[in-house]
Design a protein around this ligand. Sequence first.
Ligand code: NAD
Ligand code: ZN
Length: 382
Amino acid sequence: MLTEPPEGCNANGMSLLKTGRIERVRVPLGNRSYDIVIGDNLLKDAAGFLQPLGLGRRCVVISDTNVAPLYGEMLCESLRSAGFEVSLLTVHAGEASKSLRQASRLLEKLPGLRLDRQSVVVALGGGVVGDLAGFVAATYLRGINFIQIPTSLLALVDSSVGGKTGVNLPQGKNLVGAFYQPRLVIADMATLKTLPKRELRSGFAEVIKYGAISDAAFFRWLERDYRRVLRLEGAAIRKAVRRCCELKAQVVSADEHESGLRAILNFGHTVGHAMEALVEYEGLLHGEAVAVGMCCAACLSVKRAGLKRADAVRLRALVKASGLPTQLGNRFAAAAMLEAMRLDKKARAGKVRFVLLKRLGATVLSDQVTDADVEEVLHVCR
Ligand SMILES: NC(=O)c1ccc[n+]([C@@H]2O[C@H](COP(=O)([O-])OP(=O)(O)OC[C@H]3O[C@@H](n4cnc5c(N)ncnc54)[C@H](O)[C@@H]3O)[C@@H](O)[C@H]2O)c1
Ligand SMILES: [Zn+2]
């Protein structure tokens, strides 16, 4: 075990909290509770955040071919200087790495690196790396310590928090996995500077989603300040990430295993997932599909959940202003979309459930939406 400096201090004992640059969001889950540490340039001090957790000294950092060359060394150096024995394992960037084959390749390396129950797996990257490394951490020796260091906006606000880990099967996405919570999430805003802008906008769709489903004031703030967030202005991007993490933490701690409330996070995803499935995940980013999906869900909400038309217009306007698509386009036929929605693993017995908005900031789950409603909305949103 490593010696523990006081909480909030880095390896040199310097207080990071006092500088005011660091914020913490707690994810309350009993004895599996953990913190999300949010700040700028945190990677070089990463070891300082790990030390209070009392982890073993062997550590494997899993990253991808885009992120490892940018941040891998900085992170490994920080960990080594604090006494960790670190190995960096890199997978190809892209969704194809979220496979059982890749998970098994990684798992088979761990015994040779002498990882034991106290050792640590660190995910450094976007949602692909987080889901894959989390699955490896959850299954090796029936579960070893796991740390998330998300570097894409989507991973920062969504996939790194909540404990869903897993890989894809040829038959579909995320069909194998485990609920497995990290011990800590380190959210370093500085890593976003190298994220491609299209990926940034895609992640921003999920940010809009949080405002739409659970916080009208946050939504209003986004309408005013979305440009500052997308320009990565320090205070604005931190506020956006912090608020999304707080909202996700609330939902996850109320419903860790998605038996109820957690479903609200799927707002915009029923149509979005169907679009992704129809293009076989090629050429369309997740957030882009969700952006269109939210616009469609807002139309359905006007029809079936009493959302004011003016509020649906506001949602669409924010999606559009942030450079995200609002319309399906002609390649998505209504019949094929309906079929894909029924096949989605979130459908129950072939019945599609929609998350609708009663108003901005408040949702209702509905299985009253008819095929005719969906066809009409898909037509309007074309
Ligand atoms: N576990 C969950 O709760 C959850 C939630 C939502 C999504 N997901 C999963 O997350 C995945 C999508 O995540 P994503 O959008 O982050 O995709 P990703 O991990 O593929 O990252 C997107 C691209 O950006 C690159 N990248 C990431 N950070 C970078 C940085 N700082 N600088 C430069 N390049 C960088 C990556 O290499 C990749 O090419 C999907 O597999 C999805 O199923 C999981
Ligand atoms: Zn999503």
